[in-house]
Design a protein. Sequence first.
Lengths: 141, 141
Amino acid sequence: MRTGIKKRKFTTTGTARENEAIKTGSKYVKCGNPVEYLCLEAGGLLTIRVVAKNHVKPEKVQKFMGLCRNLVEATLKEEGCIDYGLHQELENSGILTFLEEWEDESSLGKHLNSNHFREIFPLLSECLEKETEVNIYRRSL
Amino acid sequence: MRTGIKKRKFTTTGTARENEAIKTGSKYVKCGNPVEYLCLEAGGLLTIRVVAKNHVKPEKVQKFMGLCRNLVEATLKEEGCIDYGLHQELENSGILTFLEEWEDESSLGKHLNSNHFREIFPLLSECLEKETEVNIYRRSL
């Protein structure tokens, strides 16, 4: 359940919405009849973005991806999870990176303490050439 | 203009939509009367995600962010740009990272050849402690 996606209705014109969406970095969609503008706060200024970059041993790439399947599915259902996915580098298939978006730091903290994360973490670590590089960000622009 | 956000209408139930959204990694919203389900392909399996991580000299952080303001605004208007923003690391304010999402590699290529990118790139480079680390990804899970 993507509970992290907040919806906000607008009453002004499409152009004004586009300008606001560009300014705040949020996404919006136009739908319904009469027209409603819904602003999705995902990608907004207040969310937390995580980049967790893994250098996976060449012979362990398939195992690593298999282990991640249940983790991704369970995490996407978490309260406060806006987006969470495993991404493969185009030029180096051994670089597998989680790109994550959370409503706030508290949601991220709960994820790191969840059973599905804590159980799989040591198994994932066994597949790595070196420790995962983790950076946690907030949007500036 | 967020032209990269594709909308797709659904006719099945909310639960089925949630399951599909989780499976494909795409976002969806429910709106209108009668209810319509709109799937946003942003965050989907086929987009290109870029992580461009900059280590900025401490005394140049404000200058770097100022230079990036016009770049972010111009890039968000580009055809094929789904999301583009500058993010600051919570524990190290000198790490400033572009997190980007593009419809395809061709859109990214056009961005890298755009005047607003080519003109600002050398100015940004002068603010850095070392070369920008760039990784280009496609979603696996």
